[in-house]
Design a protein around this ligand. Structure first.
Ligand code: HEM
Ligand code: HEM
Length: 144
């Protein structure tokens, strides 16, 4: 296999994925903190809310970047898609991240449903991130 032409793809993928996992951890910590303060009766979270939303936007951007690199790189190399289970894994993660950000936009102090959806989707996202990292790494093994 022609290694150099493909190396850039998984290098950027690996770095972006590292950042995405850091963003996920920051979101988990800041989100839990918001949850604790909300249950203590607060309704405004100031900079904590701003930081959570900003990090969330970064996560959305990183995952879309990874999707773009994956599709463009694969098309450029093979001329078509669907070479492994890494494709459904990638699509699942993108959908979950968009669902999480989408549900977050509708969270109000009264909306128990949207908050539960947001938290539930984020737990599923953790499994999705593990799945996409695992399958991405497996695919990289083919070129090493
Ligand atoms: C995908 C981008 C994300 C966006 C745009 C986002 C945005 C939000 C918003 C607007 C809220 C409502 C609280 C507030 O006023 O700030 C919230 C709550 C929360 N988020 Fe996120 N979030 C995202 C991802 C995540 C992720 C990945 C996690 C977990 C790892 C997470 C965990 C939480 C938790 C635990 C709460 C508190 C729920 C409660 O009050 O009980 N969020 N998020
Ligand atoms: C949220 C994270 C990710 C998304 C959304 C994503 C998405 C995609 C998609 C849609 C493809 C095309 C697959 C196909 O048509 O068969 C692809 C290919 C690829 N991805 Fe990812 N990916 C992610 C993370 C990673 C990671 C962490 C790595 C490894 C470090 C990686 C390495 C690759 C490689 C090497 C290919 C070429 C496909 C092949 O040779 O079969 N990706 N990615």
């Amino acid at each position: 296999m022609d290694l150099p032409s493909f190396l850039w793809l998984w290098k950027i993928a690996a770095w972006s994925m590292g950042l995405a996992i850091v963003a996920y951890l920051i979101l988990g910590i800041s989100g839990s903190w918001i949850s604790v303060r909300r249950q203590a009766g607060e309704t405004e979270f100031g900079w904590l809310s701003t930081a959570h939303n900003l990090t969330g936007t970064i996560l959305v951007a990183l995952v879309l970047l990874l999707l773009g690199i994956g599709i463009v790189g694969t098309l450029g190399h093979y001329g078509n898609l669907a070479h492994s289970v890494h494709l459904p894994a990638g699509i699942t993660v993108v959908l979950l991240v968009l669902l999480s950000a989408g549900s977050a936009a509708f969270i109000t102090p009264e909306s128990i449903w949207m908050r539960s959806l947001h938290v539930g989707v984020n737990i599923a996202m953790l499994l999705g991130l593990i799945w996409v990292s695992w399958t991405g790494w497996e695919v990289v093994q083919k070129y090493l």
